[in-house]
Design a protein. Structure first.
Lengths: 151, 219
């Protein structure tokens, strides 16, 4: 009897471990694209697995955690405007949250334009926080760090 | 290369500098009194150092009185002939007051005297742990001057984190663009707020100051 209980517990623990490690529906890539001598686009690209959604920065309260980008303050860098979203934005009523949500599927880019003072070489680092859901469940919010050279 | 260390009334890092240069960098050092004017024992291959401290009590602005001392007149002439000059902390303030370097050092953004180890980075992105100890170390200059400094590669050190990343949170005094040290256009006059002479010995568990002298070509 004891042997069966231990075996069952082991199987459950193993399943949970595999489940928690295997769920990673978003792959990120980061790029600093030089636009002119002192201007760069910081491009954070999310490739989202089929059937999953990542949420807009502007998705409303009461719903899933909106994506947010936080840049570490750098005395050599001035941000121009807000973080833009490039992708196919969808708005639907989500019955799980009982509210409208704004999300992207497949691929979205979060783009921040920055200016570097003088001709200094520097880097831009920060974090992007996001969460993803499919039609029936959501994964906990995740923070990813990035660090890009501007030169 | 021979070194001269100027002693002003109120200098308090002159002996640290002398020890670091003579004991740790094995250099010949001559101490120079502020009331003297003679620099005939130095050639333009040598270096005059203005050490840290509170010259003349730092009354008026820091370095504003020291700038008029007899020895400083000779140092200005020496620099203009191409001789190397390094100002550390109060020495940097004196260099800015004397016009050998552009800009000014303002009161720290937090209005407090700060004494601690910080990290500075050069253009190669190294992170060097060097102590600071100042109340007026917030470098400032107008935008045109700053852009000119950047364009000419005259910003030699910026505050950074321990990995070399230039971040506002790693900037101890609010210096504009994180500037910790600069040089003149001819690259023979250097000024910096951090104290490399306090980081040149195994007994201090820090040799990064030696690297600073190396980067400045003063080794």
């Amino acid at each position: 009897m004891m042997k069966r209980i231990l075996l069952s517990l082991l199987l459950v623990a193993n399943t949970l471990l595999v489940f928690s490690q295997g769920e990673n529906p978003v792959s990120w890539s980061y790029e600093a694209k030089k636009k002119s001598a002192d201007t760069y686009d910081i491009i954070l690209t999310a490739n989202v697995d089929h059937s999953w959604h990542i949420y807009s920065q502007k998705t409303g309260k009461g719903g899933p955690v909106p994506t947010s980008v936080t840049f570490k303050s750098n005395p050599l860098i001035v941000k121009s405007g807000a973080v833009k979203e490039i992708g196919k934005l969808e708005k639907v009523f989500d019955k799980n949250f009982n509210t409208d949500v704004l999300f992207f599927s497949d691929k979205v880019q979060f783009v921040q334009t920055v200016k570097v003072k003088g001709k200094a070489k520097t880097n831009m680092s920060g974090t992007i926080e996001y969460m993803v859901c499919d039609d029936s469940r959501c994964l906990p919010p995740v923070k990813k760090s990035f660090d890009l050279k501007l030169q | 290369m021979k070194f001269g260390v100027v002693v002003f009334p109120g200098s308090n890092c002159d002996r640290d500098m002398q020890d670091a240069l003579s004991q740790d960098l094995c250099k010949e050092v001559i101490m120079l009194w502020h009331k003297d004017k003679d620099l005939s024992m130095f050639s333009t291959d040598d270096c005059i150092i203005l050490p840290g401290g509170f010259s003349y009590g730092d009354y008026l602005r820091c370095g504003a009185i020291a700038r008029f001392s007899p020895m400083m007149q000779s140092v200005i002439e020496f620099a203009n002939k191409g001789g190397k000059v390094l100002g550390v902390c109060n020495g940097f303030q004196i260099l800015c007051e004397s016009g050998l370097l552009p800009g000014v050092l303002l009161q720290n953004a937090n209005r407090q005297f700060i004494c601690k180890n910080v990290f500075i980075t050069n253009q190669a992105g190294e992170a060097l742990k060097i102590p600071i100890a100042h109340g007026e170390g917030r470098y400032h200059a107008d935008k045109a001057t700053l852009d000119e400094l950047e364009a000419n590669g005259q910003v030699i050190f910026r505050y950074c984190d321990d990995k070399g990343a230039i971040l506002e949170e790693a900037n101890p005094n609010g210096a504009i663009r994180g500037i910790a040290g600069i040089c003149n256009q001819q690259r023979n006059v250097f000024g910096m707020m951090p104290h490399p002479e306090r980081a040149t010995s195994h007994s201090l568990s820090n040799l990064d100051g030696k690297r600073v002298f190396e980067i400045l070509g003063l080794n």
